[in-house]
Design a protein around this ligand. Structure first.
Ligand code: SF4
Length: 373
């Protein structure tokens, strides 16, 4: 691994602080120092773009404005507020952490880095972000944007998620935020601004494919820019290969109600609701055979409704959706299945793919109703 080249740290930090104070986007969570609000934004922003997060964050803060509201909210309400953001373990950890804060910190968000880091669902990055942004502590952060910025400025090679490159990047982030604490103007929140400046630079200027070095406030310090080797930084990550998966979901109606079930804890999209679904193994399995296996009854007519393509972690999933009918007198069953009305179907928290199916069948129902009229 290449070692970082010497870079003048104080003027680099001043350049980042000046640029951020003039160019920071007015994101809603930047208008507050409430650690709860900042924490929620940081968890939502993991794996998700800013423009997607803004309406979710605003809805969340309107519905659950304090830690106390979060600690007491029902599981269904939390999952509904999170519906579409994915990685639902995050929302359950948010609530667990809020309950820990109620029980062991008297309801006040902890200030010490170690106490924040000890909360469920909070790792080194998130603890650093909360402590620096809410409390202006010199705690470093290292997310995808900061990795890209630091790797390029200091020409840090190697897989940035693994040692030794990862340790080098953390120590650079630490050095920069501590320097900000020393060089920042008295009374200014320099540690907060420095960390946010690196995130912001990575998001809007030092982007993955086409960095705008011509607009960059720290181009004069950037080793990768000076030596014209942007493509080498950050180093390539070893990623697991993708897996193609075929699944079938079945829409079953009875007296205007739909059969759905709740996904168990510990699986992807756990606690959310779905139409009965089965992975096709082998992938060429006939959907009628899959329906028979899933419902323990012989299906009658199957009608193809739509195909949804989506991804969960490394799985690239093709979900075929079928309306299934059974002969009168047969008793199709599915484990954990329950019949819900149209209005209940609208209210249930569902993974994005199943929300699409629900929208499709609800629209179909409305269209049929209009047709009759
Ligand atoms: Fe990124 Fe270019 Fe700025 Fe270097 S000069 S930090 S590569 S935008």
């Amino acid at each position: 691994m290449k070692l970082p080249r010497p870079v003048k740290v104080k003027p680099l930090v001043r350049g980042l602080l000046d640029w951020f104070s003039a160019n920071a986007r007015p994101l809603p969570w930047r208008q507050t120092c409430d650690p709860y609000a900042i924490w929620v934004s940081e968890i939502m922003l993991q794996q998700t773009q800013v423009k997607t997060v803004i309406p979710y964050w605003e809805r969340w803060m309107a519905a659950l404005p304090t830690l106390k509201h979060l600690a007491k909210a029902s599981s269904r309400r939390l999952h509904k507020l999170w519906e579409g953001l994915g990685y639902y373990t995050r929302v359950r950890n948010l609530q667990r952490a809020a309950q820990v804060i109620q029980d062991t910190h008297g309801g006040a968000f902890p200030i010490r880095f170690e106490d924040v880091l000890a909360l469920p669902g909070i790792g080194r990055y998130t603890a650093g972000a909360i402590c620096s942004i809410a409390f202006n502590q010199p705690t470093p952060i290292l997310d995808g944007n900061v990795i890209r910025v630091l790797s390029r400025i200091f020409a840090v090679g190697g897989d940035p998620r693994k040692t030794p490159a990862n340790e080098v990047l953390w120590s650079l982030a630490d050095k920069l935020v501590r320097t900000a604490g020393r060089v920042g103007r008295p009374g200014a929140t320099a540690c907060s601004s420095l960390n946010q400046a690196m995130m912001e630079l990575g998001a809007v200027v030092c982007t993955p494919q086409t960095p705008r070095c011509d607009l960059c406030p720290v181009a004069a310090f950037c080793v990768a820019f000076r030596q014209d080797s942007l493509a080498d930084f950050p180093g390539k990550r070893a990623r697991p290969g993708t897996r193609n998966v075929k699944t079938a979901a079945f829409v079953l109606r009875k007296n205007g109600r739909f059969l759905v079930r709740q996904r168990p804890d510990g699986v992807a999209n756990g606690h959310l609701w779905e139409f009965p679904t089965l992975e096709l193994q082998p992938a060429r399995t006939n959907p009628k055979a899959a329906a028979k296996q899933l419902f323990a009854a012989k299906p009658g007519r199957l009608t193809s409704l739509l195909v949804v393509k989506h991804s969960i972690t490394r799985n690239r999933i093709t979900l075929g959706v079928w309306e299934v009918e059974f002969a009168p007198g047969s008793t199709p069953k599915v484990e954990g299945g329950t019949w819900v009305s149209r209005s209940q179907l609208r209210q249930l928290p569902m993974p994005s793919a199943h929300r699409k199916i629900a929208r499709h069948v609800l629209l179909q129902t409305i269209a049929k109703g209009l047709g009759k009229g």
